[in-house]
Design a protein around this ligand. Structure first.
Ligand code: MET
Length: 304
């Protein structure tokens, strides 16, 4: 394969049949998004948000990009912004992994940290405040921009259909942070086959199940407010997964399948396995593995 820019490698990731031994012969397929060049599913989003801003003339040569992020969206944005030499400021709650923050800076982005206790809402507020101060700034705002679900509607979702080559999908299972991946893919899949069930995954401490908001170790998913993108998508079930269950899967797939996955992938797999038990024989579950464990080594992701 010959390429002229690393960004040519965004998308067209593999879909793996995990070949798990599930008693009712159901199969779980996972989209391996860690194979994007920036190491996560958010490369797709970064590229789409920058191209969308340029197409709408809200991004010009002098624009300063500002975005609140848990890190992966920041890496994706920094990668795309670098191609256009755009100054990029990423607002990141300090709790998010050291590796992700180093990678954003290595790509040339500046980081502004906000207190972990203020959550992602604190980072959103800080990004808005910076945008009000800094001239020629543009906040893509992944938490509200319809281009976020649109990214996955146009790229990842059709890839799933192609990858499966006509195999029926029983359920789509995905975590939600901004909610863009879940909503965009669910919408596309339901237009293709309305019988596909959409299952959203959150860690304990996220609010979708009505429980109290609190911190969790599972990183990159979990919401402090219901994503606006959920308004026009059918959610068949919300599954709340403990950190313990998510990290158990992280260790298990490394040991058994040779796969390095982050904790949001671990949560998606834990939910898929629980769901499989409730589905008919020979069901097909499709899920997403957003990133790799390698960007969480400083958080001791493999230690019990
Ligand atoms: N996963 C998205 C990001 O990396 C949203 C995180 S919200 C917990 O920015």
């Amino acid at each position: 394969m010959f390429i002229k820019s690393i960004t040519e490698l965004i998308g067209q990731t593999p879909l793996i049949d995990l070949q798990l031994d599930i008693p009712n012969h159901s199969r779980i397929f996972a989209k391996l998004e860690m194979f994007n060049p920036g190491g996560s599913i958010k490369d797709r989003l970064g590229q789409f948000l920058i191209n969308d801003g340029i197409a709408r003339h809200v991004i010009t040569a002098e624009t300063v990009i500002i975005e609140p992020t848990a890190g992966n969206t920041g890496i994706g944005l920094a990668l795309a912004a670098q191609q256009h030499h755009l100054r990029t400021i990423l607002v990141v709650p300090e709790k998010f992994s050291y590796e992700k923050q180093q990678l954003m800076q290595a790509l040339g982005a500046e980081i502004v940290n906000t207190p972990s206790s203020a959550g992602i809402k604190g980072a959103i507020a800080k990004a808005k405040a910076l945008a009000a101060e800094i001239e020629h700034s543009y906040v893509p705002m992944q938490f509200a921009n319809p281009a976020n679900p649109e990214t996955y509607y146009q790229t990842l979702a059709p890839e799933l259909i192609q990858d499966l080559n006509g195999e029926k999908i029983t359920a789509f299972v995905a975590g939600a942070g901004s909610g863009g991946t879940f909503s965009g893919v669910a919408k596309y899949l339901n237009a293709y086959d309305a019988t596909i069930q959409n299952i959203v995954v959150e860690p304990e401490g996220s609010i979708l199940n009505g429980g109290p908001a609190h911190g969790h170790r599972t990183e990159g998913i979990g919401v402090e407010f219901v994503p606006p993108f959920f308004e026009d998508v059918r959610i068949d079930r919300t599954m709340t997964i403990s950190d313990e269950d998510a990290f158990h899967q992280v260790r298990d797939v490394a040991a058994r399948l040779g796969l390095f996955i982050g904790s949001s992938s671990g949560a998606a797999l834990a939910a898929s396995l629980k769901l499989a038990k409730t589905l008919p024989e020979n069901s097909h579950i499709v899920t997403i593995f957003p990133d790799s464990s390698e960007r969480y080594m400083s958080d001791k992701i493999y230690e019990k």
